[in-house]
Each structure stands twice: as C-alpha cells, then as structure tokens.
Design a protein around this ligand. Structure first.
Ligand code: NAD
Length: 366
C-alpha cells in the first residue's frame, strides 16, 4: 500500500512526496562526468546511528526506478538494523549503470562521495558489488565495511545471512508445527546462489526433503548432486506440495499471482522485499494462516556481520551469537501479530519503530 502510494506520488513527479511518504531524512544525488558515475544515496533514519546499507549497481531503465529502489531499500535497512539490535540507522545506495563500468577510478570517486557524507551513511556490498570493490572504495573513505578477511574485514556475509535465515525458519516452524525440527519437512528453496546454497547445508543436516529451483540449470544440477535435493522447474516452484517456501532469489515473489498457488504453511527465506505490497500481501498470508517470517528480520545475519566490522570488535562467535537472537525475535513478532491481529510484517515494523523511538528518547537525555 505504502509503495503503491509512493509510486503514485512518483508518477506525479514528486521526489519530496515520496520521501515524505516513506519518512526519509535525505536523498543524495551524485554525478561524475569523467567516470560516468551516477549514484543515489538514500538515508532513511539515523536515530540509532550511522545509516548502514549496501550499494547496489543495476542498469535501471529509468531514474524513477532507481529512486524508488533506493528509497524502498534504505527504509528496509532502518527496520532490519533496528530489529537486529544494531546501533545503526538505515541507508542504501544505488549506482545506475552496467556493472562493467566499474573500475578503480569509478569506485574511488564513489568512495569520495561517501566520505563527503561525513559518516551519516556507511556502505557495503550488495547486488553486483563485491568485497574487492569495497577495497577501492575504502581507499577514499572510512565509511565502508564488508572488506575481505585478508584486509581485516568480516568477509562474505552470505554464510551468516544463511544461518539467520535458517534460525528464523526454525522459529516459524515452531509456531506453525509446534516443533522447530525440520526433519521430514518438504522445503522449497528458490535460488541456489550464495545464501541459498549455505542454507541448503543446514537443511541437509536437519534431514529435510529439499526442493530447489534456479534459472541456471548447471548450478541446479551441481547443487542437486552435492546435496541430494530435487530439482523443480522455476515456473512450478509456487505450486508444488511443500511445508515451507524459502525465497532466496528475487523480491516481490509474494504477490497476486503466487499467493493463491502456495500450499505451504511457512514462508521463510533470505530474499529482500518478498511481499510485493507489504500491507495487502502480508495480510493475505495472515488470513490464510501461513506463518510468514519477515525477510528483513531473518536475513539480518549479513548486516550483523558487516555492522560488527564497522563498529569494531568483529569476531565470528559474537556475530553468530547475535544472529541466533533472530529466533526469539521471530517468536515475539508472531505473538504480537496474533495478539494485535496484524500481519507479521507490520508487527515487525512496529517493534522496530518502538526500538527507534525508545532509543531516540534515551539519546535526548543527559
Ligand atoms: P545470488 O545472486 O548469489 O543468488 C541468487 C540466486 O537466485 C542465483 O543463483 C540466481 O540465478 C537465482 N535466481 C534469479 N532469478 C531466479 C528465479 N526467477 N527463479 C529461481 N532462481 C532465480 O544472491 P544471494 O547473495 O544468494 O542473495 C539472495 C537473496 O537474499 C537476494 O534477494 C538478496 O538481496 C538477499 N540477501 C542476501 C544477503 C547476503 O548476505 N548475500 C543478505 C541479505 C539479503
């Protein structure tokens, strides 16, 4: 609903309309003629601390599309970071263009723009941005995280994201089935990329029946051979008999076309922005009795990892221990959703906003 409203506002050509609707603090437009860099930084909320969120590089068809994306993603980061218990606000950057444009000068110029924000925004990797890219950015700014382990960074965040997703899935199973064991449960994992692949390892250990889909057949065959998972046609993934659907590929897969087809009792996956319309589709899942583990809650392992790196004192054990808290937060959210008769998505946003408000008040006191 919120996004629909924001899109309508966008159509009317109002960037301020959109940021007012979504409650952003700042939208920064960056341009460099020499390198061809065109980037947007969305700073949604800095009450808890510097706005942390990755940079996505994408050949957006229109500027409007890029603005909408950076605004939606940065808002999501505010809730993700707040729920994960981090002292970090929410932000995100998008670079408009073909990832082939990236080179040292391009990335360092982007780094200088970030340095110019004086720490209000901290970047990290996202789609089409790697730990190696972060190294170039780090040559121009301190406000970057997600560096390779060889450079003293926390390394690839995907294994931690997968762990949090697995923990969140177990909490959702506990709510739906009365036990958090995944043994014998049929679980469909959509997308066997970085996160999906690590998630499958946990599911194998739990002796789940695993179904997998991806758009790359070779990848699928390799994962099936390694894990014993069964391959499903990407177009049929929504309608197969399953207990748990784990979206680990794209956003917006929970929509008017798919929800009717889903036969699962639980949805728990890593993909960002799974609900096409967070109010409408969140409510539809609730009305159907499907336990939905909000994506920004259970895929927070990665940001917990990069957040620890930025704030200092990164060590794997602490990061995994903090990620494990996702289990209890999920149960708290499911309970709130039931008690207040609101979707799990809205319950999670409410809890995140409550933390931001409470800590905001603390910060005002001496
Ligand atoms: P990835 O690119 O490594 O993997 C995504 C996989 O999905 C790829 O194998 C791709 O081929 C597949 N895919 C694309 N379209 C598909 C379709 N229509 N049907 C089936 N499969 C399809 O990405 P990732 O790092 O594994 O991230 C997966 C999701 O989790 C993304 O939405 C990402 O934004 C989100 N996420 C990732 C992290 C992280 O730490 N990597 C953290 C938070 C959220």
């Amino acid at each position: 609903m919120l996004e629909t409203k924001a899109k309508e506002t966008m159509k009317q050509g109002s960037v301020f309309g959109q940021i007012t609707e979504m409650e952003h603090e700042q939208l920064v437009v960056c341009h460099d003629k020499a390198t061809g860099l065109k980037a947007l930084v969305g700073i949604h909320n800095t009450t808890l601390g510097p706005a942390l969120g990755g940079t996505r590089m994408w050949p957006y068809a229109t500027e409007e599309e890029a603005i909408t994306d950076v605004l939606r993603l940065s808002r999501g980061m505010t809730f993700k970071n707040a729920l994960a218990g981090l002292n970090l606000g929410g932000g995100k950057a998008v670079i408009i263009g073909d990832p082939k444009m990236k080179n040292e000068a391009f990335l360092r110029r982007f780094g200088r723009f970030i340095e110019g924000l004086s720490g209000r925004y901290v970047t990290a990797e996202d789609v089409n941005m790697s730990t190696a890219d972060m190294e170039y950015i780090a040559m121009e700014t301190k406000h970057v995280t997600g560096l390779p382990e060889t450079r003293g960074g926390g390394g690839d965040p995907s294994p931690v994201t997968a762990y949090g997703t697995y923990i969140g899935m177990k909490a959702a199973a506990k709510k739906a089935f009365g036990s958090d064991s995944l043994e014998g449960k049929t679980i469909a994992v959509q997308g066997v990329g970085q996160v999906g692949r690590f998630l499958i390892d946990y599911l194998v250990k739990e002796k789940a029946d695993i179904l997998i889909s991806d758009i790359f057949e070779d990848k699928l065959k390799k994962v099936a051979a390694e894990t014993g998972a069964t391959i499903v046609d990407p177009n049929l993934i929504y309608e197969v008999e399953m207990d748990i659907y784990a979206p680990c590929a794209l956003g917006a897969t929970l929509n008017d076309d798919t929800i009717d087809k889903l036969k699962c009792q639980v949805i728990a996956g890593a993909a960002n922005n799974q609900l096409k319309d967070e109010e409408k589709h969140g409510l539809e899942l609730q009305n159907r009795g499907i336990i939905y583990a909000p994506d920004f809650l259970i895929n927070a392992g990665g940001v917990i990892n990069v957040g620890a790196e930025y704030l200092g004192g990164h060590d794997k054990e602490t990061v995994y221990r903090q990620t494990e808290k996702i289990y209890d937060t999920c149960l708290e959210i499911f309970e709130k959703s039931e008690r207040e008769q609101i979707s799990a998505q809205l319950a999670a946003i409410k809890v995140a906003k409550e933390r931001i408000e409470a800590i905001g008040r603390v910060k005002l006191s001496f």
